[in-house]
Write a protein that binds this ligand. Structure first.
Ligand SMILES: Cc1cc2nc3c(=O)[nH]c(=O)nc-3n(C[C@H](O)[C@H](O)[C@H](O)COP(=O)(O)O)c2cc1C
Length: 358
């Protein structure tokens, strides 16, 4: 299978084209990763590339309980146990740098969440006290936006200290950078809102800051064109994301990571260009990871037809630490248990059996 062949990602040789997609698991007490997380990731070092769960770049960047941050020295030390374990198991791991913007709750950090504009998502969110409505966020000032860029720069440096092999800027799934990109959430009239160039400005400035730390060939970016989760919307996703992808192409990034919206019909416009991954291929000349509801056969087709170079798996990787080997032999897959996706301990986290153990 082409999916199981090695892939040269800049200076990194990936042992296969299967990516463990980023997954928040809310198992880092006090927002610090540790031994349990190290065991979980090392079990999944079978992937060509692991992208860590979103790791917040600041206290206000956290939206959910028990998500590991990367802004304190203690958090860096916690992540070091993870990267050491992954490297000992011959894995490659990037840190997903994350700021949730409006997708947060005061119960996590005691403050009102921030956003490009004061527009509530109109949804409930997981909190330590169960599901609660997300409050209306506070609009970020220009000075605070400069501060956010600085937080990403420092987090990128921290990720280096923590021993990661690179970083992925989380520009997807309705979080802060996506909120700036899309018209439904960004009503600003300054240099960070309005035209597509201005809405993409924060994403690009963050990427430039992170590139300065790592070099662009160790930096990936995740986007979810046309995603409507978390109350997101855009007047013209092809224009918005086409512009952002083209601008990102100029940097020579490690990769662009696209979340497909295959489970539903892509929003108007994106269907005409063949969906998010095809849009990316038409404007971005570097490595493309595609993710979203892939299975063994559709992933093999994606890499065989060069629709994408690498394929991300989230829920199947969660439940199958030896996913590439299962693909190789055509084995059945363990089913993930949704009840243990978020929060808790080892159960539903490090106890999914490999083929050898089954
Ligand atoms: C439990 C869980 C947590 C997730 N957390 C993140 C995250 O932290 N960052 C992110 O970009 N996507 C996150 N996702 C989205 C996945 O990376 C992926 O795009 C999505 O699940 C579709 O892939 P799949 O069909 O292979 O599961 C999460 C998905 C799941 C199931």
């Amino acid at each position: 299978m082409r999916l199981l062949q090695p892939y040269q990602l800049g200076s990194l040789t990936l042992k296969n084209r299967v990516v463990m997609a980023p997954m928040t698991r809310s198992r880092a007490p006090e927002h610090v990763a540790g031994d349990l997380n190290a065991t979980y990731y090392a079990q999944r070092a079978t992937a060509g590339l692991i992208v860590s769960e979103g790791t917040q770049v600041s206290e206000l960047g956290a939206g959910y309980p028990w998500t590991p941050g990367i802004h304190t020295d203690e958090q860096v030390a916690g992540w070091r146990t993870v990267t050491d374990a992954v490297h000992a198991a011959d894995g490659v791991i990037f840190a997903q740098l994350w700021h949730v913007g409006r997708m947060g709750h005061p119960s996590v950090h005691g403050e009102t969440p921030v956003a490009p504009s004061a527009i509530a998502p109109g949804e409930d969110i997981f909190t330590p006290d169960g599901m609660q409505p997300i409050p209306t966020p506070r609009e970020l000032s220009l000075g605070e936006i400069a501060g956010v860029i600085e937080q990403f720069r420092i987090a990128a440096q921290q990720a280096k200290t923590a021993g990661f092999d690179g970083v992925e800027v989380h520009g997807a799934n309705g979080y802060l950078l996506d909120q700036f990109l899309q018209t439904g959430t960004n009503k600003r009239t300054d240099g960070y809102g309005g035209s597509v160039a201005d809405r993409a400005r924060l994403l690009l400035e963050v990427v430039e800051a992170v590139n300065e730390v790592w070099g662009a060939d160790r930096v990936g970016v995740r986007l979810s064109p046309g995603g409507t989760f978390s109350g997101m919307s855009d007047d013209d996703p092809v224009d918005t994301f086409g512009h952002a992808m083209k601008a990102l192409d100029a940097y020579g990034l490690a990769y662009l990571h696209i979340v497909e919206t295959s489970q539903t019909l892509p929003p108007v416009g994106l269907d005409e260009v063949g969906g998010p991954t095809r849009l990316a291929r038409s404007v971005f000349s570097g490595t493309i990871i595609t993710a979203g509801e892939y299975d063994r056969d559709s992933a093999e087709e994606a890499v065989a037809t060069e629709a994408a170079d690498l394929v991300g798996f989230a829920r199947q990787y969660l439940a199958n630490p030896d996913l590439p080997e299962r693909f190789r032999v055509g084995a059945d897959l363990n089913e993930g248990d949704q009840a243990t996706f978020y929060g808790g301990g080892a159960e539903g986290y490090t106890d999914y059996p490999t083929l050898d153990e089954a």
